[in-house]
Design a protein around this ligand. Structure first.
Ligand SMILES: *[C@@H]1O[C@H](CO)[C@@H](O)[C@H](O)[C@H]1NC(C)=O
Length: 411
């Protein structure tokens, strides 16, 4: 078992060094560069032993790519992988300023076992090898970028365009997702694609077919077509718009010719405005504005409200404490209102009590009669004492009264 592991380890190391040694690519400036990350190769690296015994694994594998010592890829290089069961692609078109050696680190992650594996790709961006002054960009609406990047599909598309251009001398300049050109994400339904822009270049001038793309008639046709929803293709005259595979057909209205044979005139030199210093002159900064006096603002915003608040406080305090009715005039004519009330209530009560005392022997009002005589303890039958016997009013409470529910203590 240990021996097998050792063998697997040495095998992995060999494969790794083999890949490191092999993965060097040259990318000429201005030409499309595509590097396909084959899942099968890395799958074999994850299971070197099974490779020996011929068993086949198909694990989901994803790739993470970055420039060495950097978090992301170089500006010109893009990575795409639609699905963990699809191959990944590194692609892009280097420019003049991208020349040099790019070390790309590729981390391969097996999503089944979560094993990871590191790989390195060296891309040497070299000066342009071909001149391609005549370029054209074609829109292929029924494709997705991952379906166009494999070299077989690239060749199919190139062959169609070679026929149209009338030359074999064609090279890819760029292949890009229509989403990068402001395209919209399609519905996730069969028959809906993102679309791909394919840019090719040649040293040979455009054919008659391609020049038709620039005629006013073509623009007029496209304008008319844009008003008809759902129609994307327009036939070019003759046998121009032939496509061997319907997926590769080109939408002519979104295709353009890019003529780089006449270098663009350099932008006009900037015109100097006024206010430019003569040589040797010192910069004289403008005077700082005069200091502003903030005292009036301070008075208006802080002092005045503060004084007003204190004044209001004082007035309120005076009203609350010193102007209470009666307090000031206690020894004057009117007595304190509260005291007055108190005295009158007190007087009235006393008066009433004395009146009640005078009433001895006189029949007390019924409402003042207790139910029993407190002194003798004798109970006055309510029907007798309170109500006349002939009264038609027998209160309900009498009828309901039970003898053992009597709350009053008996003596
Ligand atoms: C290629 O296409 C991409 C995406 O639209 C764009 O950013 C890039 O500048 C293009 N490169 C060239 C050389 O045209």
């Amino acid at each position: 078992m240990a021996g097998q592991k050792q063998q697997a380890f040495t095998f992995a190391v060999c494969t790794f060094s083999f890949l490191v040694a092999q993965a060097t690519r040259i990318a000429p400036v201005g030409q499309l560069f595509v590097y396909e990350l084959h899942r099968e190769i890395y799958q074999a690296d994850f299971n070197p032993v099974s490779k020996i015994y011929g068993s086949v694994h198909n694990d989901p594998i994803v790739f993470k790519c970055n420039k060495q010592f950097f978090p992301d890829l170089p500006r010109w290089l893009r990575f795409t992988q639609r699905h963990p069961y699809d191959n990944g692609f590194l692609y892009g078109t280097p420019q003049e300023q991208d020349k040099g050696k790019n070390i790309i680190e590729i981390t391969v992650i097996n999503k089944q076992s979560y094993e990871t594996f590191g790989d390195v790709l060296i891309i040497n961006v070299v000066p342009p090898v071909k001149k391609m002054p005549y370029q054209a960009e074609f829109f292929v609406p029924r494709r997705e970028i991952e379906k166009v990047l494999p070299s077989s599909v690239q060749d199919e598309i190139k062959r169609d365009i070679q026929r149209m251009w009338g030359t074999e001398e064609l090279d890819f300049v760029n292949i890009s997702n229509a989403l990068d050109h402001g395209g919209r994400v399609p519905l996730p339904l069969p028959g809906h694609f993102e679309g791909v822009y394919v840019k090719l270049g040649s040293e040979k001038f455009y054919s008659k077919c391609l020049l038709d793309l620039q005629t006013p008639q073509h623009h007029k046709d496209c304008e008319a077509l844009s008003k008809v929803p759902g129609r994307k293709f327009i036939k070019l005259p003759g046998d121009c718009s032939t496509c061997s595979d319907t997926s590769n057909c080109v939408a002519w209205c979104k295709s353009t010719l890019i003529d780089l044979s006449h270098p663009a005139p350099p932008p006009p030199a900037p015109t100097m405005g006024s206010g430019i210093l003569e040589a040797g002159q010192d910069y004289n900064p403008p005077e700082s504005p005069p200091p502003r006096d903030y005292f009036p603002d301070y008075i208006a915003t802080v002092i005045i409200p503060f004084v007003l608040a204190i004044l209001l406080c004082l007035i309120l305090a005076y009203i609350m404490c010193c102007r209470r009715e009666g307090v000031e005039k206690r020894d004057g004519m009117t007595p304190d209102l509260q005291l007055y009330h108190h005295t009158t209530i007190h007087c009235n009560t006393t008066e009433l009590r004395s009146m009640a005392g005078v009433r001895e022997g006189v029949l007390q009002p019924l409402s003042t009669l207790p139910m029993f005589n407190a002194r003798t303890g004798e109970r006055v039958p309510p029907t007798q004492g309170l109500y006349p016997t002939d009264s038609p009013h027998i209160p309900l409470i009498m009828a309901q009264q039970e003898p053992n529910v009597d709350p009053l203590p008996r003596k």
